[in-house]
Design a protein around this ligand. Structure first.
Ligand SMILES: Nc1ncnc2c1ncn2[C@@H]1O[C@H](COP(=O)(O)OP(=O)(O)OP(=O)(O)O)[C@@H](O)[C@H]1O
Ligand SMILES: [Mg+2]
Length: 324
């Protein structure tokens, strides 16, 4: 499951380096508190395999169009980690992987400033290699499919829907996770053929989760346009894993801004790294590595979007939500 071809980080290649933990005046040596090597370095997160558990450490790295940028977005990792942690705390009886994001809950070697606020301790699962995408609106690759075939995940849609239009109902549009990093959208029927035991449950769970977050955000003047979930298996049970409802896994927009954009026929200003995407497209980058350098104001505006979403999401209280 953690084998990711060339992106796998081998033992001993840890670029982070093990910090020496200080307890009072005496330094604790590597034997008791040494940092294990990064097991897998994702585009954004570093993963440490701890046996039955895993530590997901969110960096400030930024990826767009599946390319990791040289520039980082200050505090982005902490923001994402706090957003996911908060959503997991709101999920009630939905089975998920999250254990804690508190420093005190981490293995001693990780209780240091470099991990502070960035680490999530989770249950290790056998990941299901599908992205469970739910779309409430016609955006991105969903809109491209619709333009080409008037379908979404292989299912027919009404004619005449514009880019960004609200869908008659939220749709489950799965993608296969590819080692190359470029995921491939597939019809639901194909997912069911490849994963007969779990496909229907994944679809139902994904649609339920989408409805839950959509309602909570709408009350705060935000539309959740679409989002991506990952699931894993532990003792034959499906657990929601990875990050949830973050600006890296979801598209959010202020409802007022959405309405204005739809009326004017302009781009929908989503609250995420859209600023970066717009900038790199404006300079004609071919979307192949290396990524271009980002101007300071693009970085600042991106941080501001992430912070704004963090503030909104962290204000959601459990009692304010009616869960299905
Ligand atoms: N509870 C879990 N059990 C197993 N794997 C998990 C769990 N939670 C998250 N993961 C995996 O940990 C990795 C987190 O790293 P990150 O999301 O940065 O990688 P990525 O570059 O997006 O790669 P990927 O395409 O594999 O998602 C992902 O591969 C994700 O699927
Ligand atoms: Mg990922």
């Amino acid at each position: 499951m953690m084998e990711h071809g060339s992106s796998k980080v081998g033992a001993g290649k840890d670029a982070i380096g093990a910090p020496t933990m200080e307890h009072g005046s005496s330094k604790v040596g590597a034997d008791s508190h040494s940092l294990p090597p990064v097991t897998y370095r994702g585009k954004v997160r570093d993963v440490y395999d701890l046996g039955e558990r895993m530590l997901l450490v969110s960096s400030d790295r930024l990826s767009a169009f599946d390319v990791v940028f040289g520039d980082t977005i200050p505090d982005k990792g902490k923001i994402l980690n706090s957003i996911s942690a908060h959503w997991f705390s709101l999920l009630g009886d939905i089975q998920h992987h999250f254990i804690s994001a508190q420093t005190v809950a981490l293995p001693p070697a990780f209780r240091s400033p470099q991990f502070e606020g960035r680490a999530a301790l989770v249950k290790k699962t056998q990941r299901i290699d599908f992205e469970c995408v739910v779309r409430g609106f016609l955006m991105g690759s969903g809109y491209k499919e619709y333009q080409a075939k008037q379908t979404l995940a292989g299912e027919q849609l009404p004619a005449g829907l514009a880019r960004g239009a609200v869908l008659p109902e939220p749709r489950f549009t799965p993608a296969v996770k590819n080692d190359s990093g470029h995921d491939e959208n597939i019809p639901f029927a194909e997912m069911r053929a490849r994963l007969p035991t779990y496909a229907d449950e994944l679809k139902a769970k994904s649609l339920g989760l989408f409805a839950f977050a959509f309602a909570a955000l709408k009350e705060r003047g935000i539309y959740l346009l679409d989002t991506k979930f990952e699931f894993g298996l532990l003792n034959n049970e499906l657990l929601l894993i990875d990050e949830i409802f973050t600006p890296d896994s979801s598209r959010f927009v202020e409802i007022d801004a959405y309405n204005k954009a739809i009326a004017a026929g302009t781009e929908i200003p989503t609250m995420d790294k859209q600023i970066v995407r717009d900038y790199v497209e404006s300079i004609g980058w071919n979307k192949q590595p290396p990524a271009p350098k980002l101007p300071a104001d693009v970085i600042q505006k991106t941080v501001a979007q992430y912070r704004k979403m963090q503030e909104i999401i962290l204000s959601i209280k459990p009692e304010a939500i009616s869960r299905k």
